[in-house]
Design a binder for this molecule. Structure first.
Ligand code: AKG
Ligand code: FE2
Length: 360
């Protein structure tokens, strides 16, 4: 049992925080100088890597579609290596225009910084809603509350009608999502080839079909050592594409060390998520990561998740048959995306992997 539980009524504090409908930003605006107890997070046992100990992979996607197939083969090899060893890589020259990235970061910042009475109209915990603003999707289940607020929307298939999106960032969210869909498609092609499958294999499995967008706002924190912007977790879905601003704080767990994912202007971070680890029978790794809280802020990041967890479908996903052999038998039972995601969401970011539940 959490030793803090006896000292304070966590549940009613969570409820009081939720009832403000103004998130962590509301606390900071009100001038809190100490991190309230609900946010206090236990320390983990991994150490930070020292500078230069590991080199975070960066992959240049320039010319992957040119006639020069040698370049594409080299890129595929880098994608394979990074997906097997890090579960994470950064892409540059990915085709999403720089001004679209910048405008998306600005748009998300202005959503969170607009008048609270306007912003509140999107505040909800109803999981059936496709456009949602709140703080901590797992507020009532996670062991520690994270120092961040999030605006979330489902953009594919069947995007919301423009009127459902907040006017302040409507156009750029639509534009950015279109770019991410395109890039996602070509990343799944590279990933399929990196698995030795035909180029369309993962897209034909509908890996690229669903897209949801989480627009995070991490306010400056008065006591950053006591809490986290995001607790250690691996991602739900097949693949995540992350845009982060210049502040930094994202770290990936690599060989038992926390390694900083450097904020590189114009780059996008790609990471393998749980369902891709499951269908590749552990060849590609869905790796744990976290976000540190920071004395400076706000930090803005936008995580785009490829998954169709919001669509009812009985389609079963298990390890891809072509990847299995007598020496490499299936490690997972088949599951629907909905079953997987319901388990992930109910568990919350508690530091453990949801994949274990589906292991044979
Ligand atoms: O904000 C970040 O850098 C990471 C966010 C993240 O890990 C997530 O939304 O799953
Ligand atoms: Fe994540």
């Amino acid at each position: 049992m959490d030793t803090n539980e006896s000292k304070y009524d966590r549940k009613s504090e969570l409820k009081a925080f939720d009832d403000t409908k103004s998130g962590v930003k509301g606390l900071v605006d009100a001038g809190v100088s100490k991190v309230p107890q609900i946010f206090i997070s236990p320390q983990d046992t991994y150490s930070n890597s020292t500078t230069g100990q590991f080199i975070f992979p960066v992959i240049d996607l320039q010319d992957i579609d040119s006639h020069d197939q040698i370049n594409r083969k080299e890129v595929i090899e880098k994608v394979r290596d990074a997906s097997e060893t890090w579960g994470f890589f950064q892409v540059i020259n990915h085709g999403v225009p720089y001004d679209v990235l910048e405008e998306m970061i600005r748009g998300v910042c202005s959503f969170h910084e607009q008048d609270n009475d306007i912003k509140k109209q999107w505040y909800t915990r109803e999981f059936t809603k496709r456009v949602v603003y709140n703080s901590n999707f797992d507020l009532y289940s996670a062991p520690a509350t994270n120092w961040r607020d999030t605006f979330f929307c489902i953009m594919a298939p069947n995007p919301p009608s423009p009127e459902e999106l907040p006017p302040i960032c409507r156009d750029i969210i639509v534009k950015y999502s279109e770019e991410v869909k395109k890039l996602g498609r070509s990343l799944f092609e590279l990933l399929a080839e990196a698995l030795g499958l035909n180029r369309n294999y993962l897209n034909d499995m509908d890996c690229d079909k669903g897209l949801s967008v989480s627009c995070h706002y991490y306010p400056a924190c008065p006591e950053p050592k006591l809490t986290l912007g995001a607790s250690k977790h691996a991602d739900d879905g097949f693949l995540t594409l992350l845009l982060q601003d210049h502040i930094g704080g994202l770290q990936v767990l690599h060989r038992n060390h926390w390694v900083d994912v450097p904020p590189t202007p114009g780059a996008l971070v790609v990471n393998i998520a749980d369902l891709l680890q499951l269908i590749t029978n552990d060849k590609f790794k869905s790796v744990e990561h976290r976000v540190l809280a920071n004395r400076v802020g706000p930090r803005i990041s936008i995580a785009c998740f490829f998954s169709t967890f919001f669509l009812a479908s009985s389609r079963l996903y298990g390890p891809i048959k072509e990847l299995l052999s007598e020496e490499n038998p299936s490690k997972y039972r088949e599951t629907t995306i909905q079953e997987y995601s319901a388990y992930f969401t109910a568990k919350g970011l508690d530091g453990t992997s949801a994949l274990q539940h589906f292991r044979l």
